[in-house]
Write a new protein. Structure first.
Length: 413
């Protein structure tokens, strides 16, 4: 990790000479804001979840709050919708079937939490138009994004595509009928980092030491953490670390009541806790900057993304408590295969508006979407309210059995 390790798993403490370099590569006003939060805390430390919340989402300072181009080719990472619009076209076919299952309501709302650039919405609507689907007129796209810069970017993208009339900014707590989608959202929600040190379950907090951030083991900051870890079935050995995302559970329990009737679609890298921990016993926390992965959260503070793999079992338990029915779990590769992504690629080549370069880009994107070592391993969960569970949706034709506790583990993007 490029720094001297402390006693904590994944813990780092930069040498004094490195502190100046850390300042130079970070967003200094954000560093000062987090340092102030630490110094104001009674014990001189804050939970890592608080550090991650500030680093990513602090208004005017956080990684996601200063620029709208993070998820672009010139930014730090790419989600599937930003990689190529063929992803949205495939998803449009699933939405068409969902709409039919619901009795063709008008409007059919696509509420996109963590919408980013709005690429999912524009590509879904473009795909529906290419398929001459009547859903193209009935669909209303409701992005859920914070910050005026991101909202302006989405509005500009929809205006450029001639889709402005189907973009609607709505209160995300308003009940609706349709589909709520969270594509690569939950991995960026704050996580608590738990570890076993000297035989005790502790939480890794963040303190300020020798002019920079450092891990500091301490007591659990939330009474829900130990039960959440136990529910996942994990038994941490000495020196091992795991993340618990109370924020993801809270998010699901908050949005579930807004789904009056319809579907909840979650796509993210993750999987069951046991499978994730077997592959990454030091924890799944990762960083992304300039399309390169790292594992030191205290570098480039405010200038790099922070993510952790999503524990799907926790989401399934939270959804059940919220009254949602699990329709199926699968991988992104199997989900897209069920939506006949390959056929979409073939038909795209025949379109006169898609040149050789466009087809090549789409082919490369499809390979990445299906690659079990890349996006193909992403977990896909589909929940519903007020909809029959059978027959399976198109995207769930290759779903994993409900009795299977270990679906394919999530992979790094």
């Amino acid at each position: 990790m490029g720094a001297v390790r402390t006693t904590g798993p994944l813990g780092t403490q930069p040498a004094p000479a490195a502190a100046a370099a850390r300042w130079a590569e970070s967003h200094a006003p954000l560093v000062e804001r987090i340092r102030d939060a630490i110094e104001r805390a009674p014990e001189g430390r804050i939970p890592f979840a608080r550090f991650m919340q500030l680093a990513l989402y602090e208004p005017g300072l956080g990684y996601y709050r200063r620029r709208s181009d993070r998820a672009t080719r010139t930014g730090d990472f790419l989600t599937a919708p930003e990689t190529d619009p063929i992803f949205g076209h495939a998803l449009a076919r699933q939405l068409e079937e969902m709409w039919q299952r619901l009795g063709r309501p008008e409007p059919f709302v696509l509420r996109d939490h963590g919408a980013g650039t709005g690429a999912l919405g524009t590509s879904v609507l473009a795909g529906l138009r290419l398929d001459a689907s009547p859903l193209a007129e009935a669909l209303r796209y409701e992005p859920v994004e914070s910050g005026p810069e991101r909202r302006r970017a989405i509005e500009a993208a929809f205006a450029a595509a001639g889709l402005g009339e189907q973009l609607r900014w709505a209160d995300p707590t308003t009940p609706f009928v349709g589909c709520l989608v969270a594509n690569e959202l939950l991995d960026a929600l704050p996580v608590h980092r738990l570890a076993r040190i000297a035989g005790r379950l502790v939480e890794l907090h963040v303190t300020w030491r020798e002019s920079w951030f450092a891990d500091e083991p301490g007591p659990l900051s939330d009474e829900r953490l130990e039960p959440a870890l136990a529910a996942s079935g994990l038994q941490l050995a000495e020196g091992e670390c795991a993340e618990v995302s109370l924020a993801a559970i809270d998010w699901l329990q908050r949005v579930a009541p807004t789904l009056e009737r319809g579907f909840l679609l979650i796509i993210d890298y993750g999987g069951p806790a046991a499978a994730l921990h077997a592959r990454m016993p030091a924890g799944t926390l990762r960083t992304y900057r300039g399309h390169h992965a790292g594992d030191d959260p205290y570098r480039a503070v405010g200038e790099q993304d922070l993510t952790a793999h999503v524990e799907t079992g926790a989401l399934e338990r939270a959804a059940a408590e919220a009254g949602l029915t699990l329709l199926g779990r699968t991988t992104q590769a199997e989900f897209l295969a069920g939506l006949e992504l390959g056929e979409l690629l073939v038909s795209r080549r025949a379109r006169p508006d898609v040149g050789e370069a466009g087809h090549r880009d789409a082919r490369n994107a499809v390979l990445r979407f299906l690659d079990p070592q890349a996006m193909g391993r992403f977990a896909v969960l589909v929940f519903a309210r007020g909809v029959a569970a059978e027959p399976p949706l198109l995207g769930l034709r290759f779903r994993l059995p409900a009795s299977d506790p270990t679906p394919a583990p999530g992979g790094s993007p």
